[in-house]
Design a protein around this ligand. Structure first.
Ligand code: SF4
Length: 305
């Protein structure tokens, strides 16, 4: 269960959150939802706003097993630090797990800043804000930026710092799909006290899928599962978030990705494969996955053959 504590809680993922007016979830709704999470053995992630919470909220949060996702500088106890922009990268502490939202163009222009961050953190999650709009002509620049970030990862490994970058190292370590699974395995409690597929669905004004009193009822729940996503099911870009919010934006179907997302994920998969080759040259016998070279850049090409 993801709990968005306030309307202003920073986004940790693909979706933007431009809400500036504070609206904190009620203590009562939070209490009911946490009781439900405990009864149903759900793990809880709290999305923090950028201000200190009243003490009754702190007590409730600390009463359950949880992870804190908080903007940089808000709490020393954040499990995941949200960096609103790379300009604030200096505030990240050594060993943090950090997430940042940037466009592909920003990533290409910020390889040095991202490399500096990679040298200090345990894990960096980059959420692209525009993977869904990618076209083939834009991908060589992205691939080149990923190769340069891969060089940093390789250098860090050589000095015993096993940093993770979701866009490159996840595919080298995963054994199967590891998607967001919103609507299938995760649900979000929003500041209005109701459940939504994910924070993006709440922020876009979608209908709720339940509340702590009535329970959770996702319409056509099977469509959120990998088993009902024919293109994704045949794909091995295992690191892809398979974002159902972006899917719906591009194809009007939560289980069907747009071409841009697939091209982007496969550019990352291919960059992971090149990184593996370089790792093999530097450290033969490493434990990273072998990655097969493919003759397509979008699994739809494979499915439609
Ligand atoms: S569906 Fe998942 S990957 Fe997509 S915006 Fe929501 S939380 Fe992020």
């Amino acid at each position: 269960m993801i709990v968005q504590l306030c309307d202003t809680s920073a986004s940790f993922c693909h979706y933007p959150n431009t809400r500036a007016e504070r609206k904190l979830i009620s203590v009562e709704a939070l209490r009911k939802a946490l009781r439900m999470a405990m009864c149903e053995n759900m793990t809880v992630q709290f999305l923090y706003p950028d201000y200190a919470l009243p003490s009754e909220y702190v007590e409730l949060i600390e009463s359950v097993d949880h992870a804190k996702v908080a903007p940089v500088g808000v709490t020393d106890e954040a499990d995941i630090v949200v960096l609103p922009s790379l300009d604030r990268a200096d505030e990240v502490k050594e060993g943090d797990t950090v997430c940042v939202r940037i466009s592909r163009a920003e990533l290409c222009d910020s390889v040095e800043a991202l490399s500096a961050l990679l040298r200090r953190v345990t894990r960096l999650n980059v959420s692209l804000t525009d993977s869904h709009t990618a076209v083939p002509e834009e991908l060589p620049a992205y691939a080149d930026a990923l190769d340069r970030l891969g060089e940093t990862v390789k250098e860090e490994y050589a000095r015993g710092h096993f940093v993770q970058l979701n866009l490159l190292t996840d595919r080298l370590m995963l054994k199967q799909m590891n998607n967001c699974n919103a609507g299938a395995e995760t649900v979000t409690l929003a500041p209005d006290g109701k459940f939504y597929i994910c924070p993006a669905f709440y922020l876009e004004g979608d209908s709720p899928v339940g509340d702590p009193d009535a329970g959770i009822e996702v319409p056509n729940a099977q469509l959120y599962a990998l088993s009902h996503a024919p293109i994704c099911r045949s794909c091995d870009a295992w690191h892809c978030r398979r974002c159902v919010w972006l899917n719906r934006k591009r194809t009007l179907e939560v289980n069907t990705p747009g071409r841009g997302q697939c091209l982007t994920a496969h550019a990352e998969r291919e960059a992971s494969r090149r990184l593996k080759e370089r790792m093999d040259a530097a450290a033969p016998g490493n434990m990273f996955n072998e990655i097969e070279k493919l003759d397509y850049t979008d699994p739809f090409e494979k499915v439609s053959r």
